[in-house]
Ligand binder design. Structure first.
Ligand SMILES: [Zn+2]
Length: 349
């Protein structure tokens, strides 16, 4: 059966399968088999479909409300609470990175888009660390973030990369806005939106312009044993890793290399390379801080009434061109940059 990636995990099933087959990394192979089995077993979490208020009401608490729990190597959620909002560093690096990462993500959404937490209404941000033994993934389960420690042969701890935390929480934002169906092109858009805003969270925290940003997703997750720099590259999809064990990064950058597959919910982690690259092209053409240019356009699109849950690449691209005109002016340089980006990746004619 095809593993059901309903947990919105950061490591796709094809990558876990490659690690599971690795003979040189017994600990990593065992960890990857466990992570794969958990993907296959889990059912889609059921949540109420909540339509969050677009504006901020005066009664919403604008400060983050973080609670970090420790599963202590088990798979029982949520685990024991180890750090609440306002409490000092614990000295446990995973606890403290998760706390800081949730705070940086909350600050990004509030400062840049005036959105209070992922639902726009101050939803408390909960996370569990030290999930499972050598667990090779991080995921958003519909209500909390869960981080594995990694196996230390292929993957390091999953709290290490701020963009991964931003990516997972962006799945929450998507859940509360366009609610893009996690299958096929709308699923690849769901993944891409998480890479876009995950990268922007990291860029905002570092004060980087589009030119300065690495445009990598999951930089630092791989150990030194891996021939690769990250899970994905928005600048050059398909080049993030090329490794004897993991294989080569399979992401396409353009529609010419679009992957037709039934694996991974119809290639949601592979074909996301195409809208990812369109975003990179638009952001770097516009220049400056990406969250003020292309990021604002993508946010307008995600919250537009014209984006349906099952929208395809071309439909989403058309909405971004439209909202770029609304925000920056019809015929503006920003709108042209967005349109040109989608043409370059072969989504628009
Ligand atoms: Zn994801």
């Amino acid at each position: 059966m095809t593993p059901t990636d309903s947990r919105r995990s950061v490591v796709p099933p094809y990558l876990l399968r490659a690690v599971a087959a690795a003979s040189g990394f017994p600990r990593a192979a065992e960890a990857a088999r466990t992570a794969l089995a958990s993907l296959a077993l889990v059912q889609t979490p059921k949540h109420e479909h909540l339509v969050a208020p677009r504006g901020v009401s005066g009664t919403v608490d604008r400060s983050p409300q973080r609670t970090i729990s420790d599963a202590r190597g088990t798979t029982t959620l949520p685990g024991t609470v180890v750090r609440r909002e306002g409490e000092a560093d614990t000295g446990d690096v995973a606890v403290d990175e998760a706390y800081a990462g949730l705070g940086a993500t909350h600050a990004f959404w509030l400062d840049v888009f005036g959105r209070v937490s992922i639902d726009g209404a101050g939803l408390p941000l909960d996370a569990t660390v030290h999930y499972g033994q050598d667990y090779d993934n991080a995921y958003w389960d519909g209500s909390r973030m869960v981080f594995g420690d990694g196996d230390d042969e292929v993957f390091r701890r999953f709290t290490i990369a701020l963009d991964v935390i931003g990516h997972e929480l962006a799945h929450g934002v998507t859940q509360y806005t366009a609610d893009l169906t996690y299958q096929g092109q709308s699923g690849a858009l769901n993944e891409s939106v998480s890479d876009v805003f995950g990268s922007l969270v990291a860029q905002y925290a570092a004060g980087q312009t589009a030119e300065q940003a690495s445009w990598l997703i999951g930089e630092g997750l791989f150990t030194d044993a891996v021939h690769g720099v990250a899970l994905r590259s928005m600048r050059a999809p398909g080049t993030a890793y090329d490794d004897p064990v993991l294989g080569k990064d399979p992401q396409p950058a353009t529609m010419a290399d679009y992957l037709e597959t039934t694996d991974d919910q119809g290639g949601v982690h592979t074909n996301s390379g195409i809208p990812n690259h369109a975003f990179f092209l638009a952001a770097t053409a516009i220049g400056g801080y990406a969250w003020q240019g292309a990021g604002a356009v993508w946010w307008d699109a995600l919250t537009s009434d014209t984006v349906t849950a099952s929208i395809d690449f071309a439909g989403f691209a058309a909405v971004t061109v439209d909202v770029a005109g609304s925000r920056f002016g019809a015929g503006s340089a920003q709108q042209s940059a967005v349109q040109d980006a989608w043409r370059t990746v072969g989504v628009l004619d």
